[in-house]
Design a protein around this ligand. Structure first.
Ligand SMILES: NCc1[nH]cc(CCC(=O)O)c1CC(=O)O
Length: 305
């Protein structure tokens, strides 16, 4: 049997960095691994329709298909991009230790007080809603693409700044000096964490990847993603969640926002880790009962889901 683990990844600079990081960790644990960049959505052919297999994520579906087709053994993802429900036959095999989980504002020029009608760029509903909640007079414009593309666009536009995840910039060494840490902004559930998935039936890879799992990050991201899945029911709503462990305690902060940022319901809890089972679900239900239900209803209409 050939035991070289084939790591599937998208081919952006960040995705390749993350895949190589997993390769290094596997090799440190005595396994052989190679990187297989999977380029496009070209080969999305399986014996069943994608939706029947539960394949939904825009960033993850190409790699899901490559795994199910046997082209790669495992796949590495930024965990926040992975739908909370994994496709049939694919399982969480390892959650790697979380890096910086914060959002940053990259300034066009040197950091300074923002104009009262500044223009800020982001493609994320979560960032836009929280930005407008804090700065209702600002103008938020759309910005999409991978990290490198977005940095390029910031250079070529006259926006005052753009919002990025710290982890993405730090990993590929592109975090500029002229940034501000947005410590008031609730990050995306699982931001800064990497998820490695494998086929459910692949005991060899699953055993190998167990050694890479970071217990605390696993606990925190599980709570964050349960909060997300309990609230959203399948739509990409402006939802933030962050759990952090401090010795015996876990602090959870979660928030749900309307698209225009005018409404928000947030929650914060600090409890003993041993009492954390179902914390994500409990916090989501509390948000729903404190006005979140109406926000979700309105969101589903606006996002036409
Ligand atoms: N949505 C894109 C994406 N997915 C993961 C990261 C960065 C790494 C991370 O947050 O884990 C980014 C870039 C960003 O949000 O600026």
């Amino acid at each position: 049997m050939n035991n070289v683990i084939r790591i599937g990844t998208r081919d952006s600079e960040l995705a390749l960095w993350q895949a190589n990081h997993v390769k290094d960790l596997l090799e440190k644990n005595g396994f052989e691994a190679i990187i297989i960049p999977v380029k496009s959505d070209g080969d999305l052919i399986l014996d069943k329709p994608l939706h029947e297999l539960g394949i939904t994520g825009v960033f993850t579906k190409t790699l899901d298909v490559a795994m199910l087709n046997g082209t790669v053994d495992i796949a590495v993802h930024s965990m926040k991009d992975v739908p909370t429900k994994l496709p049939q036959g694919i399982v969480k095999a390892a959650v790697l230790e979380r890096a910086n989980n914060r959002d940053l504002l990259l300034h066009k020029d040197t950091p300074k007080e923002l104009d009262k009608n500044a223009t800020i760029a982001t493609g994320s509903l979560r960032r836009k809603a929280q930005w407008l909640n804090k700065y209702p007079k600002h103008n938020v414009v759309d910005l999409r693409g991978n990290v490198n593309t977005r940095l390029e666009k910031l250079k070529n536009n006259d926006w005052d700044g753009a919002v990025f995840a710290a982890a993405g910039l730090e990993r590929i060494n592109l975090k500029p000096k002229n940034h501000t840490v947005l410590d008031w902004m609730i990050p995306a559930p699982a931001q800064g964490a990497m998820l490695v998935v494998a086929l459910e039936k692949d005991n060899f890879c699953r055993e190998a990847l167990k050694k890479l799992n970071h217990y605390e990050t696993d606990i925190c991201t599980t709570i964050e993603r349960e909060f997300l899945s309990t609230l959203e029911g399948g739509c990409t709503a402006p939802i933030g969640a962050i759990a952090e462990i401090d010795i015996d305690y876990l602090t959870f902060t979660g928030g749900l926002f309307s698209l225009d940022g005018k409404q928000k319901v947030t929650i914060e809890k600090r409890i003993l880790i041993e009492h954390c089972d179902d914390l994500g679900v409990i916090c989501a239900k509390e948000i729903l009962s404190k006005g979140g239900e109406e926000i979700m209803k309105k969101l589903k209409k606006e996002l036409s889901l």
